[in-house]
Design a protein around this ligand. Structure first.
Ligand code: SF4
Length: 121
């Protein structure tokens, strides 16, 4: 089975600890993570589909603008060396992640509300 995920979720979901915006949102992420393969998509994905912040196909989070999220997606794909449309799996991502995580953290984690959950810092 294959999930459909946007760029930044390929990085951030590696640090999912069962926390999220709603019960439905959390349940959905567990289901997404059970799928072995991932098709990379642009814009809202299978995680966003159950997010209370998705509004008119845009991210209306109170922490980020849709533009910021799109920048995160683009940068995640650049760091991972992937592009939209590619089929990947979590093992491939796990191999690359240690080499790119510090750069990712510097760019995007400092102001993120989930920093404590992901890295306990
Ligand atoms: S906060 Fe935005 S990017 Fe994150 S899951 Fe919700 S809609 Fe998607």
């Amino acid at each position: 089975m294959k999930s459909r995920l946007r760029g930044h979720h390929l990085i951030c979901l590696n640090f999912f600890r069962g926390e999220g915006y709603s019960e439905d949102f959390i349940k959905n992420i567990y289901a997404v993570l059970k799928k072995e393969k991932v098709e990379i998509v642009s814009g809202p994905d299978e995680v966003c589909a159950k997010c209370p912040y998705l509004n008119d196909k845009k991210c209306a989070s109170n922490e980020y603008s849709d533009e910021m999220i799109l920048v995160q997606d683009k940068e995640a794909l650049r760091l991972l060396g992937f592009m939209a449309g590619k089929i990947v799996d979590w093992k491939m991502i796990a191999v690359i992640l240690p080499d790119i995580l510090e750069e990712w953290k510097v760019q995007f984690c400092a102001g993120c509300g989930y920093r404590k959950v992901c890295f306990n810092e």
